[in-house]
Write a protein of this length. Structure first.
Length: 363
């Protein structure tokens, strides 16, 4: 792994890592170096950079934090940063007046980026429906966090905001691309590639019944006529049930912005499936940075998990990837996986091929 700053490449770090997530906007990195010789620090923070793994660029951004410490015998440098989308995470929005529907999500995000003066492109891989007047695509409040605002719009369209190797904002979904890679951890099998594993079943954030409550934008509806006041102010979705959770646990979503009943139902289906997925997570660490196909392990790919110890035999979606190198451990990749239809409003129910989670050696 290496970091490139102003055309100069730096490698041979004592430790390094790059984290990429499907359910988070910005990718992050950290490098650690030690030396017995005192040398001038080449970084002061704020430098534009790119990060490379096995000769492939995986991140374009900037150094955000530099810590230096030491004594007369040794010196340590810690460098941390994130990709260009980090500007959206930390920036506040001023006054934007020309923010009116109809408008696509891509256009809305581009409008925010332009307002900030950032050099970030938006890549739309799914083309969700445009926002219309009845939904009330309201302008952000002055002082509102830029990412929080665009994330509300993304949730409204049940899509994910992540970033690519160039630091662009990527509008995507869990497209379910199946790759020929396997995480294998079978008893007494010499072909295993899993070094360590963990599986978590957490129901604390899950509910039996989900319901969305909102209202419509009254202005265009009143002008058009034919819609009563009660219908405008009382937009409720149908109740969506998670049968894996006992009755008596209910979640009412008061919508972040105005929804129709139909849009509210899509939003609450998304909420149920995301919460279900985040409550069932499988993690594994493997040697190296590439899978059996010869490609880097990547987020938003479906791989086969065959782990007898964890009791998992299923095709799962890669939700996060951490490329790492360490003086003691060598090169490794840590992966976190969720159910393959985790970020879809389609019902997350068992498929034709039986898949199992939670029936391992200690089950």
């Amino acid at each position: 792994m290496r970091i490139e700053v102003d055309g100069v490449q730096y490698a041979d770090f004592a430790a390094a890592s790059v984290v990429s997530r499907l359910d988070a906007l910005s990718n992050t990195f950290a490098f650690e170096a030690t030396s017995e010789e005192a040398r001038p620090l080449p970084f002061l923070g704020g430098e534009a950079c790119s990060v490379w793994v096995d000769g492939e660029k995986v991140l374009t951004g900037s150094i955000e934090l530099v810590n230096v410490s030491g004594d007369k015998e040794s010196h340590k440098i810690d460098i941390q940063g994130m990709d260009k989308t980090g500007d959206l995470l930390y920036s506040s929005i001023g006054s934007i007046s020309d923010f009116r529907p109809p408008m696509t999500l891509k256009k809305a995000i581009e409008r925010i980026i332009s307002h900030l003066g950032a050099s970030i492109f938006v890549v739309d891989l799914v083309s969700p429906d445009s926002f219309n007047s009845a939904e009330d695509l309201a302008a952000p409040e002055p002082g509102q966090n830029a990412f929080e605002f665009i994330e509300i719009l993304a949730r409204k369209r049940q899509v994910l905001l992540t970033s690519d190797e160039e630091g662009n904002v990527v509008i995507t979904s869990s497209h379910g691309e199946v790759v020929g890679a396997t995480l294998q951890h079978r008893v007494d099998d010499n072909s295993n590639n899993v070094l360590s594993y963990a599986v978590s079943y957490d129901s604390t954030g899950r509910f039996n019944a989900y319901k969305s409550m909102s209202q419509l934008n009254p202005t265009p509806l009143v002008l058009a006529g034919g819609t009563g006041v009660d219908a405008i102010v009382d937009q409720q979705s149908k109740i969506v049930v998670d049968q894996q959770i006992r009755a008596g646990r209910q979640f009412i979503l008061v919508a972040e912005s105005m929804y129709s009943s139909a849009e509210g139902e899509k939003r609450i289906l998304w909420e149920r499936n995301v919460r279900r997925a985040r409550g069932r997570v499988y993690s594994a660490t493997v040697h190296g940075h590439r899978n059996q196909t010869g490609n880097l392990w990547r987020i938003n790919e479906v791989v086969l998990v065959a782990d007898e110890y964890a009791g998992v035999e299923a095709s799962m979606l890669v939700n996060s990837v951490t490329y790492g190198v360490d003086e003691d451990e060598g090169t490794y990749t840590a992966l976190s996986l969720v159910e393959k239809n985790a970020y879809s409003i389609a019902a997350a129910e068992p498929q034709e091929v039986e898949e199992k989670m939670g029936d391992g050696l200690f089950g």
